[in-house]
Ligand binder design. Sequence first.
Ligand code: AHR
Length: 640
Amino acid sequence: MRLLRLASLLFSLTPVAAIAQETATLTIDTAQPVASVSPTLYGIMTEEINYSYDGGLYAELVSNRTFQTNRGLSLEHWTLIQNGNARADLEIDRTTGPSAAIPHSLKFTVTAANRQAEAGFDNTGFWGMALQPSTSYQGSFYAKADNPNLGELTIRLVNDDSGKIAASTTTTALGGSWQKYDFTLKTGDLTPSADNHLEFLAQRPGTAWFQLISLFPPTYNNEPNGKRTDLMQKLAALHPSFLRFPGGNYLEGEHLNQHYEWKKTIGPLVDRPTHPTPWTYRSSDGIGLLEFLTWCEDLHMEPLLAVFSGYSLLQEHIAPGKDLEPYVQDALDEIEYVTGDASTRWGAERAKGGHPAPFHLKFIEVGNEEYHDQSGTYDARFAQFYKAIKQRYPQLQLVAAAPVTSVRPDILDDNDHNLRTHFYRTAQQFFVDTHHYDAYDRSGPKILVGEWATREGSPTTNLGAALGDAAWMTGLERNSDLVVMASYAPLFVNVNPGGMQWPSDLIGYDAMNSYGSPSYYAQLLFSTHLGNQILDARLDTTNPRLFAAATCDSKTHLLHLKLVNASSRPQPIAIKLAGAAHIRSHATVTTLSGNTTQETNSITDPNRIVPAAGNIANAAATFTQTVPKYAIQVIDIDMN
Ligand code: AHR
């Protein structure tokens, strides 16, 4: 009896042997493609949220470099240093600054200091400052002094814990009027860490004013005012075909006067006033319109430029007609900035900013999530933008951010009609809706799925979310004659405490490291195995959580098969490739899978769920492939 009880206990603790699902059948017509795959199907969507740029992609190490937060002028992230018996004070001075855009500054008054007792101030960065050994950091600041007494300043990078100086330099004595100073800090031998801060120190009494204190590590492609290399590399690996920017709610602002004003984000940093965002923190606008465009250029993405439509998040709007005209003009100016040659008014501004060649531009979206506008004015506002833009730029494709009837947009940024939001859903909601676009009206505008994600797992999404995403993407691919663009959102999250405003994101990071979520790898698998022709793929199964799509490449004759088994059991599939003249028996298979739907990657465990490459030896007109439980598989079959 006791033995029996022991046996039954053991049995209950042993994982149930993997009982397979009933074999499914997938029949693919390889001879007759049903339509072309949209070359812009997979893109990325971005905005300033979750410290995506400041404290994220934008490589600036100094936080609050212009002494202002969402709430106004502030010394947040700046601390006074008084070593030994030094005496000094820090305050914001509203009466002087280096430019009309930044008319205030940090006033630093030293009443007592000497070589052994320095006075100064420090900046703690975005949850620290990541330092690497033997690396040069390029810094700059604007300053003036009341007289030369203060003398030269020492600038240092210092380890928070040990106090060890990682790099140090000295400035010249500051002049009496506003001037820009550049400096370089070079580290020696050190252990890479984010536990560092930046110090400015004086050894003599005096008063000086500072503004725009900045420090950059080496950036992607060594671009000045550039972007973080690890994050750009992660995006490059996705091969995104377009970038939807600058938002999102970030485009709209909470109030009309807080919308994204592109003209205030161009030119030298000192001429950018910065602006409050709906996501609780202020944007430095270091990534301004030009930096968005060079980002597109660097990663070979089509810009999908969203222009402000005259509607803000808290239900304020500009009436269509005369009142809206300046906003329409602003959009026309913006398009000229992007595409005009250097002889045009705004093309010349772009050339002055260092980019004489016009950018390629095909897509313009007017506003964001305009179905929230209770005034009912979007239809007329869109029509006003549409007519003005099409008249001057007939080649541009215009995207409506909500359904409209008075003109026919080229593309509609679609939303979940039940949830009345973009497609932010659970995995189950996606599983039951993968045929969403199968019977959609093909006579209307093309579709942009401008924001979508399975929102499971935080700060970055988990394997269950990746399965929901992949299931949904099989439907997008099957219908990519209609769904011409789709962009997952949000893209980024700084995982430090307080860094996140939207708790389900694609790529996580802190000051030192970054990682992709399982959803990131699902995106990567789908976007890097996309042919140019959609094939008819019929799935016959009793498994409600099995999904498939097939595309092929007319040049390489590679068949790309996406299989998603979101069930807890392995799934054998009898694959029938009808109409293929040649099939090489050797095929490749890439698998993303895990033990549970909760399994995930994190900043401390970044590679738990990553794609694994494998081979199939028996690809043929009919062969069986077993997809593991909770798995996404991409199979590439050579039909040459
Ligand atoms: O992606 C986060 C937010 O979700 C976007 O800013 C907004 O467009 C949507 O509601």
